[in-house]
Design a protein around this ligand. Structure first.
Ligand SMILES: *[C@@H]1O[C@H](CO)[C@@H](O)[C@H](O)[C@H]1NC(C)=O
Ligand SMILES: *[C@@H]1O[C@H](CO)[C@@H](O)[C@H](O)[C@H]1NC(C)=O
Ligand SMILES: *[C@@H]1O[C@H](CO)[C@@H](O)[C@H](O)[C@H]1NC(C)=O
Ligand SMILES: *[C@@H]1O[C@H](CO)[C@@H](O)[C@H](O)[C@H]1NC(C)=O
Ligand SMILES: *[C@@H]1O[C@H](CO)[C@@H](O)[C@H](O)[C@H]1NC(C)=O
Ligand SMILES: *[C@@H]1O[C@H](CO)[C@@H](O)[C@H](O)[C@H]1NC(C)=O
Ligand SMILES: *[C@@H]1O[C@H](CO)[C@@H](O)[C@H](O)[C@H]1NC(C)=O
Ligand SMILES: *[C@@H]1O[C@H](CO)[C@@H](O)[C@H](O)[C@H]1NC(C)=O
Ligand SMILES: *[C@@H]1O[C@H](CO)[C@@H](O)[C@H](O)[C@H]1NC(C)=O
Length: 851
């Protein structure tokens, strides 16, 4: 046992949480509390009544009731934890609900052993409608890793538009699923349809909270104490925790205000008055404050967008510009000049503000940093910050999924678990004593991690890998990937794909790349490296080798083979073949001699493309996208249209590449593809953020940005420019309103574009950037406009550049013709080492040199 943990555990035990009777509440019907697997319900330690779950089970019931074999000393209450419902097959509960209300669902799990069931074999899938709440969820592993006796998961779900909701439990594979308690509580609408998404220009990125489904990750009474569910406002039975364990660094003070809280327009259910009555600020020394930040760090699941809610209430100052501070999420500014009085108008009036941030591309757990820093530039009267409460919600992703992965205990934690088992003293403070209820089950993990972070800082030489929650990848990688390969291997490729693609042996690939010679690397992508190679004596190819530890990569590889093998078009990158042998997974593309469109636009480009050349390249790319949208069997949405994904072959034929993110569209599914926030900042369709629904018009939006990028020869995002010019899309829309579009044009093109072509080109480009997909032209319309522009230009320039036909015959599939084959890959031509993953994108925004 690490001695450092003991005070912490003692401290946490003080937060000991139990459930209790709800305060009578005017909002909505009585909350439902089910003691699963019990015949007649019962009362918990706080005298709250729980009822039996029997009558909510629907017909096809494959469940049994059971009673836990062990009673952990730290179990706060027998109800609802000592009885469980165990599911041997898919089983649902059905609840009648108000179709226009949000609901909170809380699930309680006590991973003890139950007669005839070994709890370590339990893996649960929990869904409601199309939403996945938990997937391959092992309560046993999670509780062990977090050192908790029981777990609570809390979800806040958007209105169901239906009079009932179905909550389904399903065992994963041959295991079983179980649950001990279920709560269902009507939640008044506490969310807005607009929360600014950090890292995206003001108008572009917002998250619609009203239609979002979320999981509560953390709920903190900043600068205050634990608030029991009984003392929550609105009868929502939430627990609010002390924020100390999440604080990074010291030097703050907590306050209790001597004011009555006047909610004004804010619903009382937003947060109890006790949250607003206490706060944290910096110390009295302005010089220290000017040079320090107040930061909270949370462990979260990677590849999700998080909604971060800040609760504010001023009770000391009463004038504007007395206390002004910046709000940062993961080191990026979410709001520059937070002034609580300016928001609320006076002392004792609370408000809350939501900001969202996407956290991507990490293996396993990732970190969310919340930072407040006084805004020196605005010269407020006091250099200080203030925060009263903080909530963090995880938003569902593209696949309507909220489930993360089971945690992997750190080395330290594992040692501790073993020590605990050896000690085997149920009353020992070292045994599974820590119980943190509510939704903040990840809390303990975060605390432990924080300790480790601090330790790490003290001992700079230590290996960060060994102190993280993530499995240590390294020597063990090979065996790991072999097993994951098996399940994703060529067996899962369709016959189609296998027939349309050439199979290469590993030996051929090694010969082609001089045994993966480092000097042949032409790009590094999320999936691994890309090598330049030669096959069949003289054919140049790009060889993409999967990073053996990237399991996600394997799936995307498969997607790519499937997609590319079916799609053949002059303006799409073609796949030549693939190789799968042992551990190796390799894709082979033709080599794209002229690289990306972007590298010929700016960034020390060697040649300046003429206007006509640019139009021709754009027409090629537009044809490729038009084919994806309409020419293939299914509508295919590219999802990541940008100038680095438009490649040029030796004869300057533009080809669209990177289908790793592609999704098949409406023909296949309902009206839209709902998605996770994927794509690249600067190109992202704002509607796609608001609705999390993707249509082919999202590609049109991105292509609109590409059109301006080509016209203006500047990047989609350039943080080194004045604020209003950072985002190309915003700048273009602004300029169009002011009628100053001409000023944006690449100086090399000034005076070289015919007025009619310029007007029609910019008209069309601006329409591509329309806020609503409906108002944007189709790719076919864009193509038509581009071709007519080219016609206008070539009328006088001579006949050599006569436009190619855009008749449908040009769109049909063309047979593979190796001599004409293109293809370097999307992710692959990562020559400037950017745009490759979200982190890189973020770093570009942060670091102006990135461009
Ligand atoms: C459903 O909820 C809405 C507001 O949340 C309320 O106005 C309406 O009366 C409720 N309907 C029923 C049948 O309870
Ligand atoms: C449950 O299974 C695990 C591993 O499968 C085993 O180590 C453990 O002893 C089993 N527990 C019981 C009570 O059978
Ligand atoms: C609720 O708040 C009151 C007053 O602040 C306090 O006395 C009481 O102990 C709290 N209830 C619980 C269950 O913590
Ligand atoms: C709180 O404010 C009231 C009136 O403003 C005052 O009478 C009381 O003494 C204050 N209490 C404290 C502890 O400062
Ligand atoms: C924020 O910046 C600090 C250093 O300034 C760094 O240590 C930390 O990792 C960054 N956090 C994130 C989430 O990027
Ligand atoms: C405060 O945070 C910002 C953004 O993460 C960082 O740039 C700055 O260096 C930090 N300052 C201090 C004193 O930590
Ligand atoms: C997040 O997504 C990236 C890229 O799609 C993938 O490499 C990574 O493994 C994912 N991380 C998790 C924890 O799923
Ligand atoms: C389920 O979770 C276990 C434990 O974390 C893990 O070993 C296993 O690979 C997971 N299975 C799937 C299909 O994700
Ligand atoms: C340019 O746009 C105008 C207005 O939409 C249209 O009438 C004209 O035909 C277009 N020019 C060409 C050459 O397509």
């Amino acid at each position: 046992m690490n001695p450092g943990l003991i005070p912490l555990i003692v401290y946490l035990s003080l937060l000991f949480n139990t459930l209790s009777e709800a305060q009578p509440s005017s909002a909505g019907p009585r909350p439902l509390a089910l003691n699963c697997g019990s015949k007649d319900g019962g009362h918990d330690a706080d005298n709250r009544k729980w009822e039996s779950d029997d009558k909510y089970l629907v017909a096809a019931d494959k469940s049994v009731s059971s009673t836990a074999l062990t009673h952990e000393a730290s179990l706060c209450s027998d109800v609802p934890y000592m009885t469980a419902r165990i599911f041997k097959g898919e089983t649902s509960y059905k609840f009648n609900v108000n179709s226009t209300s949000r609901y909170i669902i809380r699930l309680h799990f006590y991973p003890s052993n139950y007669p005839d069931y070994n709890i370590s074999d339990s893996y649960s899938v929990v869904t409601t409608g199309t939403m996945t709440l938990l997937r391959n969820f092992s309560a046993f592993i999670t509780a062990e890793a977090l050192s908790q006796a029981y777990l609570i998961r809390e979800y806040s779900l958007a209105a169901f538009n239906s009079d009932s909701i179905t909550l389904t439990f399903k065992p994963a594979d041959k295991s079983f699923a179980f649950v001990n308690g279920i709560e269902l509580i009507t939640e008044p609408e506490l969310f807005d349809d607009k929360a600014g998404l950090v890292g995206v220009a003001d108008t572009a990125g917002t998250i619609d909270g009203v239609s979002s489904n979320m999981q509560t990750m953390f709920r903190l009474n900043v600068g205050g104490q634990y608030i029991h569910p009984k003392n929550d406002s609105g009868g929502l039975m939430r627990s609010w925790y002390d924020d100390m364990p999440y604080m990074f660094g010291a030097g703050t003070i907590s306050h209790v205000g001597n004011v009555t809280i006047d909610y004004k327009g804010l619903p009382e259910a937003t947060a109890p008055a006790d949250v607003y009555r206490t706060a944290r600020s910096q110390g009295p020394d302005p010089n220290i404050n000017k040079h320090s930040n107040v930061t909270w760090v949370f462990q979260v699941d990677a590849n999700f967008t998080y909604l971060v809610r800040f609760h504010f209430c001023e009770y000391h100052l009463e004038k504007i510009n007395q206390r002004v501070f910046k709000i940062l999420l993961n080191n990026e500014t979410a709001f520059n000049s937070a002034d609580i009085i300016a928001w609320t108008g006076g002392k004792g009036i609370p408000t809350r503000k939501d900001y969202a941030v996407y956290i991507g591309n990490k293996r396993g757990d990732a970190e969310l940093w919340v930072t407040l820093h006084t805004n020196i530039d605005l010269q407020p009267e006091f250099y200080d910050i203030l925060l009263n409460g903080l909530e963090v919600f995880k938003l569902s992703d593209a696949r309507s999924n909220l489930a993360g992965q089971n945690p992997v205990p750190s080395e330290m934690m594992q040692k501790q678990l073993i020590a605990n088992r050896e000690a085997h003293d149920p009353n020992s403070i070292c045994s599974k004593q820590v119980i943190v209820g509510g939704a903040a089950t990840v809390g303990v993990a975060a605390i432990v991690l924080l300790i480790m972070i601090r330790k790490k800082r003290r001992a700079p030489g230590s290996d960060p890998g060994s102190t993280s929650w993530l499995p240590v990848y390294g020597t063990s990688t090979a065996s790991k990937s072999t097993t994951s390969r098996k399940s994703h291997g060529s067996n899962s490729l369709s016959k189609d794909a296998v027939c349309n693609c050439r199979y290469f042996s590993l030996l051929e690939i090694k010969r082609a790349t001089n045994n993966f010679d480092e000097s042949k690397v032409i790009g590094v992508g999320g999936f691994g490296k890309v090598y330049k190679g030669v096959v069949d004596g003289n054919m140049m190819v790009a060889v993409k080798r999967s990073n053996p530890s990237s399991e996600q990569g394997v799936n995307e590889f498969m997607t790519e083979i499937e997609m590319l093998s079916k799609l053949r078009h002059r303006h799409l990158v073609s796949l030549i073949g693939f190789c799968e042998e042992g551990d190796e997974m390799v894709l082979v593309y033709d080599y794209m001699g002229k690289g990306t469109l972007r590298q010929h636009l700016y960034r020390g480009n060697k040649i300046t493309l003429s206007w006509i050349q640019r139009l021709e390249l754009l027409i090629g790319a537009a044809k490729g996208l038009h084919y994806l949208h309409t020419g293939a069997k299914y509508t295919i949405i590219h999802r990541d249209v940008k100038t680095t994904n438009i490649l040029c072959d030796d004869s300057w034929v533009a080809k669209v590449s990177d289908f790793g993110l592609s999704k098949t569209g409406p023909n296949m599914h309902q009206n839209h593809v709902s998605t996770v926030v994927k794509g690249s900042f600067g190109y992202l369709d704002p509607e796609y953020f608001r609705r999390q629904q993707l249509t082919e018009k999202s590609d049109v939006y991105s292509f609109g940005v590409v059109l301006f990028e080509v016209l203006c020869a500047r990047p989609a995002l350039n943080p080194s420019l004045p604020k209003e010019q950072v985002s190309l899309a915003d700048y273009a829309l602004q300029s169009a309103r002011k009628g100053t579009l001409e000023e944006m044009v690449d100086p090399h093109l000034k005076g070289k574009i015919k007025a009619e072509a310029f007007n029609n080109f910019t008209d069309c480009s601006i329409r591509c950037l329309s806020d609503h997909g409906m108002e944007r032209p189709s790719m076919g319309d864009v193509l038509w406009t581009l071709e007519s522009c080219l016609r206008i230009e070539t009328k006088v320039e001579g006949t050599t550049n006569s436009p190619k036909s855009s008749s449908p015959s040009d769109m049909v599939e063309v047979p593979i013709d190796n001599s004409d084959m293109i293809a370097m890959h999307l992710n692959t031509l990562n020559l400037d080492n950017d745009d490759d993953d979200d982190d890189a994108i973020f770093s570009q925004i942060v670091n102006p040199q990135g461009r």
